[in-house]
Design a protein around this ligand. Structure first.
Ligand SMILES: [Zn+2]
Length: 238
């Protein structure tokens, strides 16, 4: 659950996603992205945390949870009016079937949060993930105070650099990376470590060069420790 909404299960179940006809009251969900009170509450909670944090605190972590399921309440399934006045209607309630709609919904929510918080904290970065459905670049410009960690997962084959995954093909990983490359605060969320089957130095080097060309600022690697077993150790790569 985004930030600090998890404690509102009892008092505000409407902050939580409506899935298969019931509110899913746990912390590992996306919030109802169209609930304005949830947004106001999150901003208030974030402000309180930032006020109590050390002065040099510059990053507020607000990534989407590790699930494709998103709220199916009536408001969340209404077409989104985009800044240019056009409407983006959902093709499906399922984020797997329509990641663009859900990514746009999430970044509108985060943009509103960023706009409010940077008034008081001009150096703040809201850290989020371009991951699962949100890996699809949204139909709105992402606020520059939002630091996006692009997680190119799951690619068809992680042995090959991201830019080789369907260059020029809409919706491909190369196309997504190209689009995210326009965002001024971009980094990778990667899975480099011998516990994963993608510690391919050559591929990582090419990806990092591409990130640098886009002006990317860093990498967060979810790395497992070196486990010396046939399944999980370095033997995985031989
Ligand atoms: Zn909803």
């Amino acid at each position: 659950m985004f930030g600090f909404l998890g404690k509102y299960k009892e008092t505000h179940p409407e902050f939580f996603p409506l899935i298969d006809g019931r509110r899913v009251l746990n912390n590992f969900t996306q919030p109802c992205f169209t609930n304005k009170e949830a947004l106001r509450t999150l901003i208030r909670e974030a402000r309180e945390q930032l006020n109590n944090a050390p002065e040099d605190t510059l990053i507020l972590d607000c990534g989407n949870e590790d699930t494709w399921r998103c709220c199916e309440c009536p408001a969340c399934l209404l077409p989104i009016t985009l800044p240019d006045g056009t409407a983006l209607a959902p093709k499906s309630p399922s984020a797997e079937q329509d990641p663009l709609f859900r990514s746009t919904q999430m970044f509108i929510f985060l943009n509103a949060m960023a706009e409010e918080l940077v008034k008081e904290y001009p150096k703040l970065k809201i850290l989020t993930l371009a991951y699962i459905f949100a890996a699809e670049p949204p139909k709105v410009t992402v606020h520059p105070a939002i630091m996006v960690l692009f997680a190119p997962y799951p690619t068809v084959n992680m042995r090959f650099p991201v830019m080789q995954h369907g260059p020029g093909v809409p919706g491909s990983w190369a196309s997504r990376f190209q689009q995210w490359g326009q965002h001024p605060a971009l980094a990778f969320y990667e899975y480099w470590g011998v516990g994963y089957c993608n510690a391919m130095g050559e591929t990582a080097a090419v990806n990092l060069r591409a990130l640098a060309q886009f002006g990317g600022v860093g990498v967060n690697a979810e790395a497992l420790q070196d486990v010396d077993t046939a399944m999980e150790g370095i033997g995985s790569f031989t």
